[in-house]
Each structure stands twice: as structure tokens, then as C-alpha cells.
Design a protein around this ligand. Sequence first.
Ligand SMILES: Nc1ncnc2c1ncn2[C@@H]1O[C@H](COP(=O)(O)OP(=O)(O)O)[C@@H](O)[C@H]1O
Ligand SMILES: [Mg+2]
Length: 216
Amino acid sequence: MIIVVGGIKGGSGKTTVATNLAVIRAKKGSDLLLIDADDQETSSDFTILRNEQQESGAGYTSIKLTGAAVRTETKKLSSKYQDIVIDTGGRDTTSQRAALTIADILLVPFVPRSFDVWTLEKVSTLVSELKIVNPNLQASAFINRADSAGRDNQLAAEIIRETEELSFIDTPLGSRKAFSNAAARGLAVTELKPLDKKAEREMMNLYRYIFEIIKV
Ligand SMILES: Nc1ncnc2c1ncn2[C@@H]1O[C@H](COP(=O)(O)OP(=O)(O)O)[C@@H](O)[C@H]1O
Ligand SMILES: [Mg+2]
């Protein structure tokens, strides 16, 4: 399965989600490739750190690709790996479009307070354009950095539901220090000690939705 974590907003949690899904999936026994298609190389930095910290290594393979190579190289590698997770940058780039031509799933984190309907509309347009070359592309959005109180989450969910090419995945990630603490140590949030059980549960719910419910 090829999963692109994307969208056109920076700081929405793409790298956090891409690296967590990669670590968790690999630990479940999948031969996994994490592709860093963002020039900022945050997920590559995470993997370098993880390789240093973990005695047994990162647990997955990581490469950097950019531009049209995201399509051509990923295509070649797709038969060699069980799962591929592609982390993209926060803009509508050639790299992200290239990734979407060969993806099964586009996963878009959406931060409620940034309430930017136009951003989602642009993602929707992007998906409809890419579906011409990749009709099987499934695009879903979920709420990241959910507020613990207030109506923002509900409003954000409504906006996603109303966005044509996006389906809403009801597996929010709360705004929790554990996510950044884990990333800073090269860990998935499920590996952090002491464990933040809420963060773990949220990430596992998202993981299960992607790999056990949507699974293509
Ligand atoms: N649910 C969350 N709770 C708290 N911090 C988060 C959460 N998701 C992401 N972050 C933090 O927000 C920052 C941006 O996240 P990142 O995954 O790098 O976004 P992107 O890759 O979309 O630019 C990072 O410092 C990350 O640790
Ligand atoms: Mg990133």
C-alpha cells in the first residue's frame, strides 16, 4: 500500500504522522519504505536520529526523493516493499503531485484552529486533477491537534465532510506534548517512556483505520 501524507499546509503534522505510521507498521513486521519527498528533510532527520538511538536501527528503509523521481523511483521500488509511506512538503509541489500519481491513499492532517476552508478546497481540486491519472486514489482528512474542549473540532469535521474529494476519518490526534517529545527522540509516540496513553490510543486508532479498515 502506498500512503502519501500531504496537503498544502505546513506544520499540520504530516511528518509526525508519516514517521509514526512508518515505525508502527514496520514494528508489526511490514517491510516498509519511508520516502522523504519534502525538501526540508524532517523525516530523514527523524530517521537518522532513530538509527542512532535504536540498537536494532530504525526498523524501516528511508530514502529522499524529489520532483518527478518521486513517481518513477517509487514505482520501481513498489514491488520490493510491502508498504510505502511518503512524507511531502506543505505546498502543492511537483513532488507531491508525482507521489499522488502512484498513491493508494492521500492522508491529510487538518488543524482545526487554522480554519482554512480554501486550503481544503485546493486539496480537493488537486485530488480531482490527480484522479484523471490515478482513478483509484482515495483521499481522507483527519483532525490533528484537536482541542480538548470547544466546538472547533466539530466545525472542522463538518468542513471536511463538505469537501468533495475528501472523506473524513474520525480518528483525531489531540494537541499533546508527547507527539513532539517522541519525535525529538526518534521515537513513535507509542514507544515513549513514560507512555502517554491517550496519545498512544489516538495514534493506534489512526493506524488501524489506515492499515486495517481502509487497507487497499
Ligand atoms: N498532535 C500534536 N500535538 C502536539 N504537537 C504536534 C502535534 N502534531 C504535530 N505537532 C508538532 O507540530 C510541529 C509541526 O509538525 P510536523 O509533523 O513537522 O508538521 P508538517 O510536517 O506538516 O510540517 C512539530 O513540532 C510537531 O512535533
Ligand atoms: Mg514535514
